[in-house]
Design a protein around this ligand. Structure first.
Ligand SMILES: Cc1cc2nc3c(=O)[nH]c(=O)nc-3n(C[C@H](O)[C@H](O)[C@H](O)COP(=O)(O)OP(=O)(O)OC[C@H]3O[C@@H](n4cnc5c(N)ncnc54)[C@H](O)[C@@H]3O)c2cc1C
Length: 386
């Protein structure tokens, strides 16, 4: 494995840097329940027009067909230049699209993938239910087959961005008699279908535009929307989660590394009560140094995961280690930021939002405890715990 980038990679980096300077939108996405969609989609459209959407996606669906290394370079330069994150394009780009690439029919791929890349459709994820989170296979949202349609009844919760989404990765139970994991189907849900009701779930960080509960009352979806086999959805869902836990966190960990560098700069210039730079405060200095070392280690682990993923068609269970580490280091970075900011953190702004959100990262996409179990059993090969 080579850790040095090739001269072509470095040329690619220059190209990215130049393009970003001229094209990054000014300001942040508006907050609120709906307005951010236009901002996020405009940024996606700009990237597509510039040839920067879907860097590692296949060319036939509108991507660039390049390697994950180039995708990482793009994220690194984006973080350095302060490019917006994917916002509500996150699910489509990071696990909806990749799940379709790995599992969908040709018709599904050629309809949906270009729309995601062109910023024409937003996806959300309908996996968790009020009674099924960590134990996802216990889900009970029911789909009955009626001719060439599925009729859906039930409810999903914690559905990020449902209120602005066009499509959903929806898990339903098609065979209640089958073994727990056996009777589940992964289906593309049109979020404008009659019978869908969306209610906001307010968040402690003041963001009212993110989480929802979704209700399905006799929602009819064509059977052609099923991805993979009817009752074979567990395998497709595991593929979705491997992308969600494996590669979707790459951009986040790169933004985290940038944040740690910014914290080091801030600690060097900000003075504490003694008049010395905060970095000279032994405790902050020690914590920041450790955090910096760990983010560098995380980068190394990410490159290792990328190298392994080249040899398999989707990320393996070791992605859970990256997810856990990003969540833990993200929380530590926010704790240090809070110490440096003092009471300013109480002014509800972007930094306060990020501070609160750092806790959510240990839950969304599967909790840290569940990731520990996956690493113990499937990476280290330890016996199952009962
Ligand atoms: C910000 C955010 C965004 C989200 N977005 C989405 C989304 O878009 N779509 C979606 O479908 N879901 C989404 N979720 C839901 C998320 O996937 C679930 O919250 C998560 O899987 C945990 O499920 P739960 O909340 O039902 O908790 P539970 O499963 O009830 O867990 C409660 C506690 O018990 C622990 N626990 C449970 N089982 C075990 C075990 N076997 N071993 C050890 N500990 C265990 C858990 O770690 C946790 O601490 C989101 C969550 C958050 C916070």
């Amino acid at each position: 494995m080579h850790l040095d980038l090739t001269p072509e990679d470095e040329r690619f980096r220059e190209e990215v840097r130049d393009w970003l300077v001229d094209n990054i939108p000014k300001g942040r996405a508006p907050t609120g329940r709906y307005d951010f969609r236009e901002f996020d989609m405009n940024w996606q459209k700009t990237m597509y027009a510039g040839g920067w959407a879907g860097i590692s996606w296949p060319k036939e669906y509108g991507g660039r067909g390049l390697s994950t290394i180039e995708q990482i370079i793009w994220y690194e330069e984006g973080a350095k230049a302060g490019a917006p994150d994917e916002g509500c394009a996150f699910v489509g780009l990071n696990h909806g699209g990749p799940t379709l690439i790995a599992n969908a029919s040709e018709a599904q791929k050629s309809f949906h993938l270009p729309k995601i890349l062109k910023g024409e459709s937003v996806w959300c994820q309908g996996f968790s239910e009020p009674g099924s989170g960590s134990d996802l296979a216990s889900l009970s949202t029911r789909a009955e087959i009626d001719g060439d349609e599925l009729v859906i009844n039930g409810s999903k919760i914690w559905t990020s961005y449902a209120q602005v989404a066009d499509y959903q990765e929806l898990l339903v139970r098609t065979d209640p008699e089958a073994r727990k994991h056996g009777g589940i189907t992964w289906v593309i849900c049109d979020m404008k279908a009659p019978g869908i009701t969306i209610r906001a779930v307010p968040m402690a960080n003041g963001n009212e535009g993110h989480l929802n509960q979704v209700f399905y009352d006799d929602v009819r979806l064509p059977i052609t929307n099923v991805v993979g086999e009817i009752n074979g959805g567990w395998k497709v869902a595991m593929s979705t989660l491997s992308f969600e836990r494996g590669t979707a966190f790459t951009a986040r960990q790169i933004r985290l590394a940038k944040m740690v560098d910014d914290l080091v700069d801030r600690a060097k210039t900000k003075t504490g009560p003694s008049g010395k730079a905060t970095f000279a405060n032994e405790e902050i200095g020690r914590r920041l140094s450790k955090l910096r070392a760990e983010t560098v280690a995380l980068r190394g682990m990410t490159f290792l995961a990328v190298a392994k993923n080249v040899r398999r068609d989707q990320p393996g269970p070791d992605g859970s280690m990256l997810k856990m580490m990003v969540s833990r280091l993200g929380k530590e970075a926010q704790q240090i930021a809070r110490q440096l900011m003092g009471n300013d953190i109480l002014i509800m702004g972007h930094e306060t939002y990020e501070h609160f959100y750092s806790f959510a990262n240990s839950v969304g996409g599967g909790t840290d405890e569940i990731q520990h179990n996956i690493v113990a059993e499937r990476v280290l090969g330890l016996p199952k715990s009962y």
